[in-house]
Design a protein. Structure first.
Length: 133
């Protein structure tokens, strides 16, 4: 069973072509990938950057993970591209198999988390995004 991601606090936005900051919380209870955030890249001619921070821990604190992703994206014509910078923080001291992910499918960016079977896991996800328009 999975609870839907809940936005915590205000979504700070500064107009089109500026920046946006959002924070989400989600709880997982199994090893199914769970979408926390999605964003459809609008029409052609858009470029942007993302900075994503993900932290998660089991209810008893026995398991924990922390990740950061820095990426750039653009939509040139009909197709979008995503480039995730190497060297982001990956803190996974318990060698959990399921890890957070930043991905692009068609023209939609997404952040997903994967918990642990039969374990309640709480995730905190912060996303900072800016775009050219």
């Amino acid at each position: 069973a999975i609870n839907a991601a809940t936005m915590v606090g205000p979504s700070l936005m500064q107009g089109p072509g500026q920046w946006e900051l959002q924070q989400y919380k989600v709880t997982t209870t199994d090893a199914t990938p769970t979408a926390v955030w999605t964003h459809t890249i609008p029409a052609a001619g858009v470029a942007g950057t993302l900075y994503v921070k993900v932290a998660g821990s089991s209810a008893d604190g026995a398991l924990a993970q922390g990740y950061t992703f820095t990426a750039g994206y653009r939509r040139n014509g009909g197709a979008s591209t995503l480039s995730i910078a190497a060297g982001g923080l990956a803190w996974n001291p318990d060698a959990m198999a399921g890890v957070p992910a930043l991905a692009l499918a068609t023209n939609t960016l997404s952040v997903t988390v994967t918990g642990v079977a039969a374990t309640t896991f709480t995730w905190d996800v912060c996303i900072w995004r800016n775009a050219s328009k």
